[in-house]
Design a protein around this ligand. Structure first.
Ligand SMILES: Cc1cc2nc3c(=O)[nH]c(=O)nc-3n(C[C@H](O)[C@H](O)[C@H](O)COP(=O)(O)OP(=O)(O)OC[C@H]3O[C@@H](n4cnc5c(N)ncnc54)[C@H](O)[C@@H]3O)c2cc1C
Length: 172
């Protein structure tokens, strides 16, 4: 029952869009070494914790600011190429697979905790902040974030997957 699932290729069902070289060139001009087309980096970003397998994204952009994300998305939109945000890669259902081709935007470097407002029980974070990082951060020390999926997931990834887990409470 707990045996690891064997890899399951999605290839027969996929219709992959081509990623034009002009887009890769434009991304490398804008991001320099922060745009990688290396095979190992692409493969690392083209899978999650599931057993599903698909070809990796054509490039990975390492974003460090909102302006970086906006620039990468604007370039991808210009060439009608899909964009796949990457948190920490812990999702379980094939969320990160480039099932239509595309580029990955790695968000782990966007890990700043911006102002906290304990009086309103709110903290403003960049999307790459992880749940454990938030709970040990001095700025948020009077608050805690109880939602606990098994992984130390990013808050962006948790929002996107509607992560729940132990200590979560849902009131309908
Ligand atoms: C051992 C284990 C146990 C788990 N247990 C639970 C559980 O009990 N309950 C539960 O709900 N979940 C559980 N999960 C799943 C967990 O919720 C997800 O792994 C987590 O939420 C994904 O976060 P991530 O940062 O790894 O995102 P990723 O895996 O990197 O990305 C997940 C999805 O979110 C998108 N995404 C990421 N960042 C952003 C962003 N900034 N903006 C828009 N989209 C974004 C990605 O494109 C992708 O589609 C478990 C996972 C593991 C590994």
């Amino acid at each position: 029952m707990n045996a690891p699932a064997s890899p399951h290729s999605l290839m027969p069902q996929l219709s992959l869009r081509e990623v034009p070289q002009a887009l890769i060139d434009a991304l490398q001009t804008r991001f320099g070494a922060r745009c990688s087309t290396g095979q190992a980096v692409r493969e690392q970003h083209g899978r999650d914790e599931s057993a599903l397998v698909a070809p990796p994204p054509a490039a990975v952009v390492f974003a460090e600011s909102t302006a970086d994300v906006a620039a990468a998305v604007a370039l991808a939109a210009q060439y009608r190429v899909p964009v796949i945000p990457f948190g920490v890669g812990s999702s379980l259902e094939g969320h990160l697979l480039a099932v239509q081709g595309g580029i990955s935007i790695h968000l782990e470097r966007m890990n700043q905790i911006v102002p906290t407002h304990p009086e309103d029980l709110t903290v403003t974070v960049q999307s790459g902040v992880t749940r454990k990082q938030l709970n040990v951060a001095p700025k948020s020390s009077s608050l805690f974030f109880p939602i606990g999926p098994g992984a130390d997931a990013s808050l962006g990834g948790m929002c996107a997957t509607r992560a729940s887990g132990t200590k979560a409470l849902q009131i309908n």
